[in-house]
Design a protein. Structure first.
Lengths: 533, 219
């Protein structure tokens, strides 16, 4: 007890020296607090997002792997590549359902997409010079029918008809991107009736209201018509983008028509049953008139562990290596926290450098301190105080000064860590974004490689820290994607940071006092006092 | 019965012998003076007696026990009180704190250490105001008194004092010697190291350190 009392007395009697040591420890503490807070903010943002995020995944043909396999010999064979792409088959609905039996899958849904034209009484909304004629159908030669989780056949019409397997598949309506307006309602889940919901713009453009019936036509066979009843009209915050300009009015969000997948399946089955071979007048190429469709299956998992387990389970269930499991949620999320992660890494290095430099300074100061107090050590040991107790007193002094500095540093850090972290994060995002700007300026299109995909996908919770935004469909992500980074943290310091700070304080004390202890243990009181005399 | 005994003590600094075959006994209730010319080894002998140095050969016994077998810190902090030539007080502490700290180190138990320290300081001629002054603000004579009070604080049997009157005026010198005389009357063994004939005259026994073994010279 008297050792601690002595230590406190010694601190109060040597203010200059202890203020100097305390100031250095304070600088280290504030820097450490900021560094740790940034790292903690990065980890917390990631963990809380992943914890509350239900991850979705799709199974798609692994073109990259196929291309890598082809390039393995060092020579690219275009014909072979086209044959392989043409031979790549899409998974069937039954196969998708089989993989949905995996234990890790929490939910499973799919959408069926087809493209149909309107007629004179029902035409698509056009906002630009894109030709909305019926002659915009076709396929990329050699591409498989199923490219992205369910396939991206390139048969385009005036309207995109999306058939949902169930209510849970209608992510636009669940996450608030689209809302059914008053007076209408969603079609019945799983219904086989030709009922649908259309966009507000489309309804206004064609003067259609709930209960009206309109007609859609097979773009390749004008005699093949389908009559759909409007059960509801929706408004959507989704905007027209690059994809609709590139692929025609059918890609315009306003021209999307939603219905049950069962109903759309009936249309497609009917189209296949009545298919005829037609010849293109311009190219002379023959093709079937049957409507092509895109099947997109989505698997939902509780968390990332489920997703990673699914990747293994599907292989045991028989999924070929030429297919890959991917998650746009995770990819978008990883991209969104790139600046925060970069900042976290930088903070880690900064912390390390500060600790190293700070430790060296503290060690040097303490060596000077113990040498200056050599006489005191001599007197205390001559009085019969054990060297270990003298050393303990010196350690206590450093510990008290360091801990006070750590406490002050933690208080300063608590106040400043959030604004400093956000300022640094803003700077980091600015650096990251300028890359994308330069890319777009020079290449005339958005950078989708380093800059990240668009907003978070639909499975993303809305209460995440920072500016984690709404979500677009895949086309929106792919072609419209300005990166949506985590740009703000609300809380950077928590109990973990405080405990880490205390840990740093203890380590600093140990390092700084190690030299003192070493010197004290080597001192001979007789020599000290004799030299003094 | 002797409380402290030297048996054939030899000590040298490197290859230079300082003390050779020194044997003697010190008893309770007596005041001893060790004299000798400068460099004769007086302070070295005091260091050996206080356990700060270890003899090359021979044995120092305390109450019949070899002090080499006693923990040197315990020996220094409990059994023997040392008044150094340059006092060796903690200069940033007050006189009172120096004395209390000494009791803390010794693990001395009493009702109030502060009260005892003030009484001791008063007994050596320092009032409460002086007791609460930093040591550096006290005169040489006052510092000497603080050093004596500190040596007495944990009630050791033996008091060792190195040149206790060396830097003091005649009047203070007499007062300090009076304090030591009173200690012997209270049953302490006081061993002084000095080259002052006046000091030697006031002691019960005087021993002279020379090239020959320690010689007893009756006062």
């Amino acid at each position: 007890m008297y050792i601690l009392k002595n230590a406190l007395r010694s601190i109060s009697r040597s203010k200059g020296r202890n203020v100097l040591i305390g100031t250095i420890a304070l600088v280290i503490a504030v820097s450490a607090c900021l560094g740790l807070s940034i790292r903690q903010a990065s980890d917390s943002a990631r963990e809380s997002a992943l914890d509350s995020m239900s991850v979705t995944a799709t199974i798609s043909y692994d073109r990259q792997s196929m291309m890598n396999g082809m390039m393995g010999g060092g020579k690219f064979d275009r014909d072979q590549f086209q044959n392989m792409m043409g031979g790549a088959s899409s998974l069937t609905l039954d196969e998708y359902k089989k993989y949905a039996e995996a234990e890790s899958v929490d939910d499973f849904y799919y959408t069926l997409t087809a493209y149909l034209n309107g007629n004179d009484d029902f035409s698509p909304v056009t906002t630009d010079s894109s030709d909305s004629s019926n002659d915009n159908s076709g396929r990329f030669p050699g591409f498989p029918g199923n490219m992205m989780g369910g396939g991206m056949s390139f048969s385009s019409g005036d309207f995109t008809i999306v058939g949902y397997s169930g209510d849970n598949a209608m992510t636009e309506f669940i996450n608030g991107v689209a809302t059914i307006l008053d007076g209408g309602q969603m079609f019945e889940e799983g219904t086989s009736e030709y009922s649908c919901v259309i966009s507000e713009e489309l309804a206004l453009y064609n003067e259609i209201s709930v209960g009206d019936v309109f007609t859609l036509v097979n773009p390749l066979l004008e005699t093949e018509i389908y009559e759909l009843t409007v059960t509801g009209i929706y408004s959507s915050s989704e905007t027209n983008d690059f994809s609709s300009m590139m692929f025609g009015g059918g890609q315009d969000p306003a021209n999307k028509i939603y219905m049950s997948s069962n109903a759309l399946s009936l249309i497609i089955d009917n189209s296949e049953a009545n298919s005829t071979t037609i010849t293109d007048e311009d190219t002379g190429r023959e093709q079937e008139s049957a409507l092509s469709s895109t099947l997109s299956a989505t698997y939902v998992f509780d968390d990332t562990d489920g997703y990673y387990a699914f990747e293994k389970e599907v292989r045991t269930l028989g999924l070929d290596d030429s297919y890959t499991v991917s998650s746009t949620d995770l990819t978008a999320f990883e991209n969104s926290i790139v600046p925060l992660n970069t900042l976290g890494t930088m903070a880690g290095w900064f912390l390390l450098v500060i600790l190293l430099i700070g430790s060296v300074i503290l060690v040097v100061l303490n060596i000077f301190n113990v040498r200056e107090r050599k006489y005191e050590v001599g007197v205390l040991t001559a009085m019969g105080m054990k060297k270990s107790k003298v050393a303990c007193q010196f350690v206590c002094e450093i510990l008290v000064v360091t801990m006070v500095a750590i406490l002050l540093g933690a208080l300063i850090g608590a106040v400043s860590s959030v604004p400093v972290t956000n300022a640094l994060l803003e700077n980091q995002i600015s650096n990251q974004s300028s890359r994308g700007d330069r890319f777009e300026e020079n290449f005339g299109r958005p950078d989708n490689i380093g800059g990240g995909m668009g907003g978070f996908p639909s499975g993303m919770p809305s209460d995440l820290p920072g500016n984690i935004g709404g979500g677009k469909d895949f086309f929106g992500d792919m072609f419209g994607g300005a990166a949506n980074y985590v740009s703000e943290v609300n809380s950077a310091m928590d109990l973990t940071v405080v405990l880490e700070m205390v840990g740093i304080g203890l380590v600093l004390t140990l390092i700084a006092s190690a030299a003192s202890v070493l010197f004290i243990m080597r001192y001979d009181p007789l020599k000290i006092l004799a030299n003094r005399d | 019965m002797s409380i402290l005994a030297l048996n054939n003590i030899c000590f040298s600094y490197g290859k230079t012998p300082v003390l050779k075959d020194i044997s003697y006994e010190f008893e309770i209730g007596k005041m001893y003076c060790i004299i000798g010319r400068s460099g004769a080894g007086k302070t070295t002998l005091l260091s050996l007696l206080s356990g700060l140095a270890t003899p090359d050969s021979g044995e120092i016994s305390y109450n019949g026990d070899d002090i080499a077998k006693i923990d040197k810190y315990t020996f220094r902090s409990k059994y023997i009180g040392v008044v150094f030539q340059s006092f060796n007080l903690l200069t940033k502490y007050t006189a009172l704190e120096n004395v209390v700290l000494s009791m803390d180190v010794a693990g001395y138990k009493c009702e109030s250490k502060k009260k005892r320290a003030l009484e001791l300081l008063e007994s050596v001629g320092l009032d409460e105001d002086e007791a609460n002054r930093r040591v550096l603000k006290l005169s040489g004579g006052q510092q000497q008194r603080v050093a004596i009070a500190r040596a007495l604080s944990y009630d050791p049997d033996i008091i060792l004092a190195d040149e206790p009157t060396g830097n003091l005026d005649r009047e203070t010198q007499s007062e300090i010697m009076e304090i030591f005389r009173n200690l012997t009357e209270k049953g302490k063994c006081v061993i002084l190291v000095s080259h002052s004939p006046e000091v030697a005259k006031m002691c019960d026994e005087v021993y002279e350190l020379s090239k020959t073994p320690l010689k007893k010279r009756m006062v």
